[in-house]
Design a protein around this ligand. Structure first.
Ligand SMILES: Cc1cc2nc3c(=O)[nH]c(=O)nc-3n(C[C@H](O)[C@H](O)[C@H](O)COP(=O)(O)OP(=O)(O)OC[C@H]3O[C@@H](n4cnc5c(N)ncnc54)[C@H](O)[C@@H]3O)c2cc1C
Ligand SMILES: *[C@@H]1O[C@H](CO)[C@@H](O)[C@H](O)[C@H]1NC(C)=O
Ligand SMILES: *[C@@H]1O[C@H](CO)[C@@H](O)[C@H](O)[C@H]1NC(C)=O
Ligand SMILES: *[C@@H]1O[C@H](CO)[C@@H](O)[C@H](O)[C@H]1NC(C)=O
Ligand SMILES: *[C@@H]1O[C@H](CO)[C@@H](O)[C@H](O)[C@H]1NC(C)=O
Ligand SMILES: *[C@@H]1O[C@H](CO)[C@@H](O)[C@H](O)[C@H]1NC(C)=O
Ligand SMILES: *[C@@H]1O[C@H](CO)[C@@H](O)[C@H](O)[C@H]1NC(C)=O
Ligand SMILES: *[C@@H]1O[C@H](CO)[C@@H](O)[C@H](O)[C@H]1NC(C)=O
Ligand SMILES: *[C@@H]1O[C@H](CO)[C@@H](O)[C@H](O)[C@H]1NC(C)=O
Ligand SMILES: *[C@@H]1O[C@H](CO)[C@@H](O)[C@H](O)[C@H]1NC(C)=O
Ligand SMILES: *[C@@H]1O[C@H](CO)[C@@H](O)[C@H](O)[C@H]1NC(C)=O
Length: 588
């Protein structure tokens, strides 16, 4: 009687798609699509594919829930996630051009992936970036005009937290207002804003104002757009797995699940079919295997994806064989060409107390602001620090170009970026600052990211080779000079008192080597290339070259580093990938 009741109870239980923590709790085990990595791109794909109730989607994510991750939701506290329980805590190899310093290399270890721990800047890059990608891959679907519909599917532009008048701070006609992921202008103002705007006018055209850097033309300074909605972070988890989606009966997310390998399922004709996935929930003590009936989608990010591929025997045989990993499918580009944006932060002492410094270093001082945020999602905690940022080029006649072709995607694409922060990112115990951060956004150095062991749980070697070319180093030096020109504008008189760093002409290069880091925009490790190309990992439809059943959808497929922060490009790629998959399988 009891058994019978139990049987029927089970049978009648609706199969409810939700977040699961234990494999054995998953009510079903057969899925049309399995997405590896519930990060920025993975959750987009899972959301879009599960729009069709006829198919079943499973997401496997190594990290846990973001529900109680307070620092993930508070925009100003974003930096506190680095080195936290929500970070994979990778470190690069010693960087030769940085006086052999290793650099911390955070990646999101949490549902939402790096979109749950990043600094929320929303930039699509110049149209030339996308047009180059289309040209090089031979797929016009990637050009600027053709990605517009995917930008609109992703973006939901919303008013800033303080509801200030945003006329002239962005161009409404280039934005989407009905997408899934919230984007807004900063919801808090600081005393430095008018001086920064005035300094642009005083620069004689060098640092001009651009109303909207996301219009396709990105050169100049403009107001930073961020993935923040109603004063709180909008990640791929809070948006694409929001309450209206996660309750779909055909969408399943298994947390705390580390994928070890993808597996060959069967051989159809001459092509290997890879739709199997092996994973563990207890650091490898026991493993499970599942097979997708339609496709396996790797969305583990620019570090995770090549790591999984290599441990599966998909990579360069010359690297795999010495590690005793049997080559399943030779694809020498896997994990190669890792590229990132070098970053240098310089703080200037500011004659004000109206910065974020006290909030970030003094909990007592922060408490009333935190209460305001807790109650109304407004106030200084509702905004990120870099409220104004800009994109600039070097003059082609400058010595920075000696011996190299212009690495930018075109004449309207930047070589360097400047971000202006009202307060230091990691403030020292005393002082108030204006932070000028510069990044080389058209870097020419690239390097492999490699597995270093046959154990898939071991961290990979990450070597972005920061400032590894003469161009990159010279570009950083020139970017530093440019920020010094900007900060010497008359409008900063009486406001900027002195640099908070010590550098002379003689020590500048060493200063750069000691202080440069990265902005954590790794790409290219599973790069897209034209069909039939002798390099690359995926075709323009993101299917792994020479295999059946396996697609890659994340930042690793970008064949060039965008002249942009990389989350918006990642969202755009994921939206188009989902559309390509739906088209191929005739899904709604
Ligand atoms: C600290 C930081 C700050 C940044 N700031 C910005 C910014 O301000 N603006 C911007 O545009 N970009 C920023 N970026 C970059 C941007 O966030 C990333 O480019 C983008 O989120 C990458 O998306 P993805 O889908 O490729 O990877 P991710 O979002 O990292 O997703 C990969 C997912 O796969 C999971 N995973 C990995 N390996 C496995 C495995 N073996 N098994 C199971 N799951 C696995 C991970 O846990 C993660 O959830 C920042 C990045 C970082 C780290
Ligand atoms: C990263 O380091 C933090 C602090 O030591 C730790 O709490 C966290 O568990 C680490 N992350 C992972 C994925 O191990
Ligand atoms: C916003 O500012 C613009 C110009 O600065 C002005 O024309 C417009 O009326 C303002 N809108 C509101 C709602 O105040
Ligand atoms: C690295 O990228 C360049 C193009 O940027 C390409 O020519 C080269 O073949 C790539 N290398 C590998 C190993 O894929
Ligand atoms: C922290 O802020 C509180 C409240 O403003 C102030 O009383 C205290 O002196 C500050 N502490 C330090 C170390 O500055
Ligand atoms: C704000 O809310 C968080 C999370 O609930 C809590 O930890 C924190 O103490 C609150 N801050 C204040 C000042 O009440
Ligand atoms: C570029 O440099 C040349 C030579 O110094 C100068 O004549 C020219 O005006 C500069 N152009 C710009 C756009 O700055
Ligand atoms: C790479 O692996 C070797 C052998 O296990 C180990 O000694 C070395 O520390 C590893 N390197 C890094 C950077 O982890
Ligand atoms: C700081 O600003 C005040 C006015 O706000 C001004 O009187 C003072 O001279 C400034 N100090 C410096 C060192 O510029
Ligand atoms: C700069 O260096 C000089 C001499 O070494 C030292 O006196 C001064 O305090 C330093 N300033 C800063 C801001 O570190
Ligand atoms: C760079 O770092 C080294 C080692 O810490 C130090 O000796 C040197 O003075 C630093 N150089 C500059 C310019 O800060």
């Amino acid at each position: 009687m009891l058994t019978c009741f139990f049987f029927f109870a089970l049978f009648l239980l609706p199969v409810n798609a939700l977040f699961y923590r234990r494999f054995q709790d998953l009510p079903v085990k057969d899925f049309d699509f399995i997405v590896v990595g519930g990060g920025t791109a993975g959750n987009v794909v899972a959301n879009r594919l599960s729009e069709d109730p006829r198919i079943r989607v499973l997401v496997l994510e190594a990290g846990g829930s973001d529900k109680d991750a307070f620092n993930s939701h508070v925009p100003l506290y974003g930096r506190r996630l680095q080195g936290s329980q929500f970070d994979w805590n990778f470190t690069t190899t010693p960087q030769a051009a940085l006086n052999n310093r290793p650099i911390a290399y955070p990646r999101g270890f949490i549902i939402g992936g790096s979109s749950s721990i990043n600094l929320m800047v929303y930039t699509r890059g110049p149209s030339e970036d996308w047009d180059r990608m289309a040209r090089v891959t031979g797929d016009s679907g990637w050009n600027w005009d053709n990605i517009q519909s995917f930008i609109r599917k992703n973006e939901r532009f919303v008013p800033p937290a303080d509801h200030h008048n945003t006329t002239g701070q962005f161009t409404p006609s280039v934005h989407g207002f009905h997408g899934v992921n919230s984007v807004s202008l900063s919801g808090w103002r600081y005393s430095s804003d008018p001086r920064v705007l005035e300094a642009m006018k005083e620069s004689g055209g060098e640092f001009r104002f651009n109303e909207d850097m996301n219009s396709g033309f990105h050169l100049g300074f403009g107001w930073t757009q961020t993935t923040v909605g109603h004063g709180t972070r909008s990640s791929s988890s809070t948006s694409y797995l929001g309450p209206q989606y996660i309750n779909r009966k055909n969408l399943f997310v298994l947390l705390n699940t580390r994928v070890l390998r993808v597996k060959q399922t069967h051989t159809s004709s001459k092509t290997l079919v890879v739709r199997g996935v092996e994973f563990t929930q207890n650091s490898g003590k026991t493993t499970h295997t599942l097979q997708a009936t339609k496709e396996l989608i790797l969305s583990a990010g620019s570090i995770g994806t090549p790591t999984i591929l290599m441990h599966s025997g998909i990579g360069d045989p010359n690297e795999l064989t010495p590690l005793n990993i049997k080559t399943l499918h030779a694809l020498p580009s896997v994990g190669k060409n890792l590229t990132d944006h070098p970053l240098l932060v310089t703080n200037y002492n500011a004659n004000t107390t109206d910065t974020t410094d006290d909030i970030l270093r003094n909990a007592t001082f922060a408490a009333p602001f935190e209460r305001t945020w807790n109650e109304t999602r407004t106030g200084p905690l509702s905004s990120t620090q870099g409220r104004i940022l800009g994109w600039f080029r070097f003059n082609l006649s400058e010595s920075v170009f000696e011996g190299v072709d212009d690495p930018a995607a075109g004449p309207n694409s930047a070589h360097y970026e400047v971000i202006i922060g009202n307060g230091a990112g990691n403030p020292p115990p005393t002082g108030h600052f204006l932070a000028l951060t510069m990044a080389v956004v058209s870097p020419t150095s690239a390097s492999p990211s490699r597995v270093n062991s046959s154990n898939p749980l071991a961290p990979p070697l990450i070597n972005p080779n920061i400032l590894g070319t003469t161009f990159d180093f010279t570009a950083m030096r020139e970017a530093f000079f440019a920020t010094q020109r900007f900060i010497s504008a008359p409008s900063f008189n009486g406001y900027i008192t002195a640099p908070a760093f010590n550098v002379t002409d003689a020590t500048l290069d060493d200063f750069i080597r000691n202080n440069t880091g990265v902005i954590w925009h790794p790409v290219k490790t599973a790069a897209m290339s034209a069909r039939g190309a002798d390099h690359g990992v995926v075709d323009p439809d993101l299917k792994v070259k020479g295999l059946e059943g396996l697609r890659i959808v994340d930042a690793s497929v970008l064949p060039f580093i965008p002249t942009a922060h990389t989350q918006a490009p990642t969202y755009i790629i994921a939206e188009r990938a989902a559309a390509l998959i739906k088209e191929e399988y005739g899904l709604n």
